[in-house]
Write a protein that binds this ligand. Sequence first.
Ligand code: ATP
Ligand code: MG
Length: 271
Amino acid sequence: MKQAGPRVLAVANQKGGVGKTTTAINLGTALASIGERVLVIDLDPQGNASTGLGIDIMGRSKTSFDVLTGAVTVLETALPTAIPGLHIVPANADLVGVDSTLTDQTRAYRLRDALTALASQLRNMPADQGFGYVLIDCPPSLNLLTLNAMTAAHAVLVPVQCEFFALEGISQLKDTIDQIRATLNPQLEIQGVVLTMHDARTSLSKEVAENVRAFFGPKVYETIIPRNTRVAEAPSHGKPILLYDFDCAGSQAYIRLATEIIERERQNQAA
Ligand code: ATP
Ligand code: MG
């Protein structure tokens, strides 16, 4: 069976440490575990998604930086992971130089162009070799890398950490998405907002969750990712939480999130 192009989601929030990478890795794994074929693109010079999916620095000979410069295609760069159906385009510190390397007017469109080329390559391949989802792990900044991700994406997935300054910077993020919709990418929308590192024992987590729901309304997923030490331990073993400890609360939450996202995609397609 031939396939349509993959659905591209940018996991973005310019605030640091809110759970972008953890969400990209574990949502990717959860989607793959329920039968989707997924490509994670690591677009952060920190390379945390690559490390967390078990790709050590020596194994990153071709990276997302090379995709942005046009030196290689996405398919030439995508590496298999320990999870069947989950591939990753890794990143390393080369991405730090992207601003000075890409100087022409196409600089914000590089990832979009690479993913358009991918979609046409996939059209000539059997569905069981393609990708249904591309998840882009963005850096904690609204820089050229995040701009490339949002220009390439159909929608943005925003992780929001359940802590005191959760909504700080959120209106700036929303403004950026609006600006990109008005200029670089008219179709861009917010797929959803995921509450992360929620601690059910604290009233602060509860309060933040309520505030975020008041701000974003139905865009906020029902699934809340709990704060869970197993989730934090997993990357140091180069494993997503679903492989590290399938039964823990964090794993189960990411499976529920994956189900919810697929359901939302179905509703969007039907609308
Ligand atoms: P950056 O902005 O630096 O890219 P990020 O937004 O990608 O950060 P993560 O790296 O995913 O955030 O998470 C930040 C830290 O919080 C990491 O140490 C991670 O292991 C931990 N963490 C993320 N989610 C959870 C969770 N549900 N429970 C416990 N710890 C978590
Ligand atoms: Mg990260």
